[in-house]
Write a protein that binds this ligand. Structure first.
Ligand SMILES: *Cc1c(COP(=O)(O)O)cnc(C)c1O
Length: 354
């Protein structure tokens, strides 16, 4: 039955994007940090709550937070834009640079929200394919950017869900080839050997998007940001809703940066566990891909991916089912969790694969 509401016809057939939130003991499906933030962070935030003037609107420009992020990355606060998760950063980007009659280029398999948010904002999507080992194919990048003349070209490094970071030469080459803005989504940037933050300047159409959701242990806060040319940041402030960042979120983001050493220690812990999980997967009948992030993509060889996914759920382990995504036939993606969670996953998987 049709809706009583005259919905946008192009939205009706659009597939939603969500990872099912199944009630299980071991949740390794959305790449969050395995540990909560440090207690000292929570204490400092609680103190901030006590002194927040709740009857007043928050700082509309989130200036203190932007200054703290600018210090962290060695840029100016005018080059930092914050939003409710990096997904809202992407939405603002596409509102400001995309829209009807404009195009965003993506290279699959990659983060599906890039094309999803493009569709929602009425932006056309030009799709290129990666090499079969999931590295970026620069000839394909040249083909797509020449044919589609995109205003926005999305890269994701390390790439979700495949795991590898792009080498600097590759991102430099894309920035040369692409006619418009190149956006490097670095949601897992703290795991990568280099950052495209080093490429950001006011006279270059390159922007980097980061999030507090993964390495900062703050997925519940919904905070992400962009570092890019000052005039882009100004345009993003125009399309964002007034006062879109509440005072608590701004404080949480600012206070978290005092705990950088703790965050880095956690990353080292995740990398160590990732090595253990990768070594264990190498002993099982699965194909795996190398990872520069906090997750591993793998493909069971003898049992169908979707079947393995549901058998894992029966054993109270939730991973991401990518088996029906374009270019990822039969693949699953597992987040690196605590040592106990990883052991539970590996035990369950060993049992399922018989
Ligand atoms: C998880 C993830 C994000 C995070 O989105 P938030 O809205 O900040 O939680 C962004 N990009 C990629 C590639 C991701 O994997």
């Amino acid at each position: 039955m049709g809706s009583v509401v005259p919905l946008r016809p192009d939205l009706v057939n659009m597939e939603g994007y969500h990872s099912p939130q199944v009630d299980v003991a071991v949740r390794l499906n959305t790449n969050e940090a395995p540990l909560p933030p440090p207690q000292a962070f929570l204490d400092a935030l609680a103190e901030e709550v006590r002194t927040t003037p709740f009857h007043r609107y928050p700082d509309r420009r989130a200036w203190d937070l932007r200054r703290a992020l600018a210090d962290l990355h060695g840029v100016r606060p005018e080059q930092v834009f914050c939003a409710n998760g990096s997904n809202e950063v992407l939405q603002c980007l596409l509102l400001a640079v995309g829209g009807p009659g404009r195009t965003a280029a993506v290279f699959e398999p990659t983060y599906r929200l890039h094309s999803h948010i493009a569709h929602i904002t009425g932006t056309g999507v030009a799709i290129g394919q990666r090499h079969s080992d999931f590295s970026l194919d620069l000839q394909e990048v040249a083909r797509v950017t020449t044919e589609a003349d995109p205003q926005v070209t999305f890269l994701c490094s390390p790439n979700n869900p495949t795991g590898m970071a792009e080498p600097k030469e590759t991102v430099e080459a894309v920035a040369e080839a692409a006619p418009g803005l190149v956006v490097v989504d670095e949601a897992y940037g703290q795991f990568a050997p280099w950052s495209a933050l080093s490429m950001v300047s006011d006279d270059r159409a390159v922007a980097v998007v980061r999030t507090y959701s993964k390495t900062w242990s703050m997925a519940a806060s919904r905070l992400g940001y962009l570092v890019g040319p000052g005039d882009l940041v100004e345009a993003l402030e125009q399309v964002a809703l007034p006062y879109h960042l509440d005072s608590l979120k701004q404080a949480a983001g600012r206070i978290a940066l005092r705990f950088r050493a703790e965050m880095e220690a956690r990353i080292a812990g995740v990398v160590e566990e990732r090595g253990r999980v990768a070594a264990a997967l190498a002993e099982l009948p699965v194909e795996t891909w190398p990872s520069d992030a906090n997750f591993i993509l793998f493909r069971p060889l003898r049992v169908e991916g979707a079947k393995v996914w549901s058998e894992l759920v029966k054993r109270s382990v939730l991973v991401r089912d990518c088996s029906a995504w374009p270019g990822l036939d039969g693949c699953l993606r597992v987040t690196i969790g605590t040592p106990a969670e990883n052991r539970a996953f590996l035990d369950a998987l060993t049992e399922v694969l018989g």
